[in-house]
Design a protein around this ligand. Structure first.
Ligand SMILES: *Cc1c(COP(=O)(O)O)cnc(C)c1O
Length: 675
């Protein structure tokens, strides 16, 4: 079958493409024609399909449990009919120390809901990786799961913290998403699991190239009810049964999906161990047993976290209840840390089988080699990056274009951002740089208008997944200190956002604690405004990383493998107030802001539970005082002192964006992992 499909590759055309789509005539013909695909050019799709079908082109399959693609901020597809109500952004509520306002107003965003296939930074990174692959013209297909109910919808209830709610959207009517006729079946001890394959296309910034993402879906009438729900919720974790089956869909279903669409894959990239069962599928369906190593050599693995909760381990008994004996045996062979272990460990399986393995920052590489000494030799570091075309604001893009003689073709060569240093002594440029920042800041103020934020007031944000080691409530540890500063040095605006995993009670407790702290500063609303926004997502991710003055990042070292939100911020001249962890270690001497708190050293990783809140909050307050002073020496009620060192730091930030971007990252993957 593969032969004939590969031969088809040479002649693959429009008819083949629409012939592959389920219910094309009724549902998709208004938006797809020989010229366009939901308002985008169709030719790049045919080219990408041809390349993936061809045995002459080296192609990569990139497996990821989640994808944060964010069409609301990058390449929104068009739709010829009105948007389904379920695919519209829902209203976001705000909890602030101005509760009357929270009560009356909600944030309304009049856009297509971002396709809800992600939970946090891992997914956003996967989205950025595929986008940059398209930019670079690599032949890459993403593999993921079509989460019929997304991750979850977050509500804040005072005195309760986070109350999760099931999310709904309509995949059949989502712009740019198409169901294929292709179906695959995975056999298990619990019966056959039927899966449908969908596609979503990611265009390069100039719309000349694309990469597809294959999305696998178990919500089919031919499946029993409990199987249909498997692809409902990302990271459902109330029983190992859900987790094991979701990983079967991604790994085993993923390999079968690639084969059934006929793609000729040379390299299988596991973005996290979630997809490790793909190794078993290739192993069992191949000649590997006769030619040891022949299959495994094509796999590469990226590990994204040193935190224990990020590594999948399942009781052998649970795995054996589900996997057919052949697969079970292979799972024993590759996935047990030691012969008598009663767990199948997907991290170990990936480390054990993949000849190439990478950590996501230099520091994370060190930590990973400590954690897995047996595999230390093959662990390299490829530092994360972010997709510039998604995360840089319009006002900054415009500014770079104004100085074309300096930045040249920065859209194709993002490393050119480092040339911003040549403009350091240009007073006019420094004024323009701050003005571009103020444009972004005003966007935020407009969205949050009812809360009366001010553009010339010092604004700080903390926004990311709510997880213990990220210390979401660090700044609240002795919040009176910050209130005092607001009275003594100038007003302060603090904005927070983030979701905790719905089964993470500690995370929910953090949110409850934050709500309490916010409520406690009600009477100081004249000098300090504190807001936490519901449903942190890629849309808010872009808004906040663009618009505030300072980005607060305070994970407990060394548990933040990389972190990427700060990279989005530096592209927009937003200064970093950070502990020394993840990517920040590589920018320690670049003067992109301020570094504070505990420094990790030595061969011991330490404990995730020892949060060092007392010492590190004290360090934070001490440095925050000088940050606020410098801010008000730079922005004097709207009069900008462009000679201020604040502007030098902004310049250093943008300059480092020339390195911490996803194009550089994907070039490294290409050279060091895929070759
Ligand atoms: C970038 C991003 C993240 C990652 O943030 P970190 O600071 O790296 O944890 C998480 N969520 C969303 C919505 C993002 O856009």
């Amino acid at each position: 079958m593969k032969e004939t499909l590969a031969q088809q590759g040479a002649t693959y055309g429009y008819e083949d493409f629409i012939g592959s789509i389920d219910d094309f005539e009724n549902s998709y013909s208004p938006d797809i024609n020989p010229k366009t695909y939901f308002g985008f050019p169709l030719i790049p799709i045919l080219n990408a399909e041809k390349a993936l079908l061809s045995t002459d082109v080296k192609s990569v399959a990139y497996f990821s449990m989640e994808y944060g693609i964010a069409p609301s901020i990058y390449h929104s597809f068009g739709l010829s009919r009105p948007l389904d109500e379920k695919n519209q952004f829902f209203n976001h509520e705000v909890f602030s120390n101005y509760w009357l306002c929270d009560y009356i107003f909600k944030i309304q965003i009049d856009k297509t809901l971002d396709i809800p296939l992600y939970g946090g930074g891992l997914g956003v990174l996967a989205g950025d990786a595929i986008k940059s692959s398209a930019d670079l013209g690599y032949s890459v297909a993403g593999i993921g799961i079509l989460w019929n109910k997304g991750y979850f919808k977050q509500n804040f209830w005072y005195k309760h913290g986070q109350v999760p709610e099931e999310m709904t959207w309509n995949p059949r009517r989502y712009p740019g998403l198409i169901p294929l006729k292709t179906m695959v079946t995975v056999k298990t001890k619990e019966g056959e699991l039927h899966l449908r394959v969908w596609k979503y296309y990611i265009y390069s910034w100039d719309q000349e190239r694309v990469c597809p993402i294959l999305l696998i879906d178990s919500n089919l009438p031919q499946n029993p009810e409990h199987f249909r729900k498997l692809s409902d919720q990302l990271y459902r974790s109330d029983h190992p049964w859900w987790k094991i089956f979701q990983r079967i869909i991604l790994g085993i279903g993923g390999v079968k999906a690639l084969e059934s669409v006929g793609y000729s894959i040379d390299c299988y990239h596991l973005n996290e161990g979630h997809a490790a069962l793909s190794i078993l599928e290739k192993y069992i369906s191949s000649e590997e047993k006769n030619h040891p190593g022949s299959v495994r050599k094509n796999f590469v693995y990226t590990c994204h976290t040193p935190v224990a909760a990020g590594h999948d381990r399942f009781p052998v008994g649970e795995v054996e209840k589900i996997l057919l004996p052949e697969y079970g045996q292979a799972a024993h062979q590759f996935g047990k840390e030691f012969p008598h272990s009663d767990q199948i460990n997907l991290t170990f399986m990936s480390l054990n089988t993949c000849p190439k393995v990478n950590a996501v920052a230099v520091k994370h590489g060190e930590i990973m080699r400590m954690q897995f000494p047996l595999f230390a030799q093959k662990i390299i570091s490829i530092t994360n990056g972010v997709h510039i075309h998604t995360w840089m604001s319009e006002s900054f893009k415009k500014l770079l274009d104004q100085y074309e003689s300096v930045f040249g073709d920065w859209r194709r060569s993002p490393e050119n951002l480092s040339r911003i240093r040549d403009l350091r002594d240009d007073q006019h440029f420094r004024q323009n740089l701050f003005a571009a920042h103020q444009v972004n800041k005003r966007n935020l103020m407009t969205l949050l208008k009812p809360w009366g934020l001010e553009e010339d007031v010092f604004t700080l944000a903390w926004a990311r997944r709510i997880a213990g080691y990220k210390r979401p409530a660090l700044i609240f540890h002795n919040f009176q200190r910050v209130v005092d500063m607001a009275y003594q040095l100038g007003k302060v605006q603090l904005i927070l956002a983030g979701k905790a995993h719905p089964n993470d009670n500690i995370g929910a407790a953090h949110i409850d604690e934050i709500l309490e702290h916010i409520d406690a500063v009600n009477e100081h609303g004249k000098v300090i405004k504190v807001l936490i926004l519901e449903n942190y997502d890629t849309y808010f991710g872009k808004l906040l990383t663009n618009c505030v003055d300072v980005w607060l990042n305070n994970p407990l070292p060394p548990f933040e493998a990389s972190g990427t939100s700060g990279m989005k911020a530096i592209l927009n001249g937003v200064l970093q107030l950070s502990t020394l962890d993840g990517w920040v270690v590589e920018a320690e001497h670049d003067d992109i802001g301020w570094i504070f708190g505990y420094r990790h050293q030595g061969p011991d990783i330490g404990s995730e539970a020892d949060l060092r809140l007392e010492e590190d909050s004290a360090a934070l307050y001490q440095i925050l005082e000088s940050v606020i002073r410098l801010y008000y020496a730079t922005n004097r009620q709207g009069t900008i002192n462009a000679q201020s060192p604040w502007l030098d730091k902004m310049i250093n930030c943008v300059a480092r964006g020339g390195y911490f971007n996803a194009q550089r990252m994907m070039q490294e993957y290409f050279e060091k992992m895929w070759h």
